[in-house]
Design a protein. Sequence first.
Length: 85
Amino acid sequence: MIHPTRFALPEEDYLTLLGGAVYVFNSNVSFFVENLLHAGAPDWYELADMMTGQLKDEGRKWLVNEKDKRVLELLCELGNERNRI
């Protein structure tokens, strides 16, 4: 791999894995935002700009099903793990 910067970078396989992890997390957040819209949340742009902690608070307003609330909790736990990346 040709490094586009003078910074020391990890191996290409690690960078690919790291990028994949962030991409999958963001995809799951987007899917959850779509579900909040179907539950009645009003503004996609506002939801899409929220961090997971803010999204958790907003999700509690719109979700009535306990299983959906558990998914929200798991998503926020994953957000904390993602923040370690």
